[in-house]
Ligand binder design. Structure first.
Ligand SMILES: Nc1ncnc2c1ncn2[C@@H]1O[C@H](COP(=O)(O)OP(=O)(O)O)[C@@H](O)[C@H]1O
Ligand SMILES: [Mg+2]
Length: 234
């Protein structure tokens, strides 16, 4: 399969500060990747680097064969990268439906399909963004990313702080995106177990570097190794 996303010896950060160091990663089309690691290791910075929100000091980044380093930030979403930011960043003064339509780009995903994936959003379609539960906001953030008809979706801790029943609902939706739509999915998670069950491959970051890269199965079957990578002792 063709490469979807490729980072080649990328160092990036904020102004002169380097957060990610010499990071290389290639993800095939339709691949699913879990990005794991403790707080502050650079998971969000990695997503932000793909979206063009950081300073890239060296290395190359490409998406479906196109050079991302030279692509203006506003063109990245339009070129097929969906982003579900850690802070969700939905528009509080717009309704659910307006939040979705502002992101619309031509393709198979539209309002009807997003409502079918998340019936809860259809029920709340006229609610303002600030009158939603955390779970509904997260569904909206995912739905909005889908409205741009992405080939790659980056989700930054989408399950953070949500009730187990909502987590199950979102994970079921992620499975549908992978199986029915063949989307390439990058899932940043603190919930290592859920992410390792979902994604076929996992990387673990520590202080801006990849300290583990392999099939998720490896870590699923080795809780001690996982604990060691996360720096948890005992
Ligand atoms: N906007 C920013 N400006 C400067 N430093 C930042 C900024 N955002 C994050 N950092 C720093 O980059 C490092 C990695 O942060 P982040 O990517 O948010 O980690 P994670 O998502 O894994 O918790 C941290 O040391 C953090 O303080
Ligand atoms: Mg983060």
């Amino acid at each position: 399969m063709a490469d979807c996303l490729s980072l080649n010896h990328v160092s990036a950060g904020y102004a002169e500060t380097v957060v990610l160091e010499d990071l290389s990663l290639t993800l095939p089309e339709g691949g699913t990747l879990a990005v794991l690691g403790r707080n502050g290791v650079g998971k969000t910075t990695l997503m932000a680097t793909v979206m063009g929100h950081t300073t890239v000091h060296s290395g190359d980044i490409s998406f479906l064969g196109k050079n991302l380093r030279t692509m203006p930030v506003h063109r990245r979403a339009a070129s097929g990268i969906g982003y579900v930011p850690q802070e969700r960043e939905i528009f509080h003064s717009l309704t659910v439906e307006e939040n979705l339509t502002v992101a619309e780009q031509p393709g198979e995903w539209n309002i009807a399909r997003v409502y079918e994936l998340f019936p809860r959003l259809a029920e709340r379609r006229r609610n303002m963004g600030n009158h939603l539960s955390g779970g509904e906001q997260q569904m909206l953030a995912v739905g909005r990313a889908l409205m741009s008809n992405p080939r790659l979706i980056l989700m930054d801790e989408p399950l953070e702080g949500l009730a187990p029943v909502i987590i199950d609902l979102l994970v079921a939706a992620f499975h549908r995106l992978r199986e029915a739509d063949g989307l390439t999915i990058v899932l940043v998670e603190q919930y290592a177990r859920l992410a390792l069950e979902f994604a076929e491959r996992a990387i673990v970051l520590d202080r801006g570097r990849i300290v583990h890269d392999g099939p998720s199965e490896e870590l699923r079957n080795a809780p001690d190794r996982l604990a060691a990578l996360f720096g948890v002792v005992g």
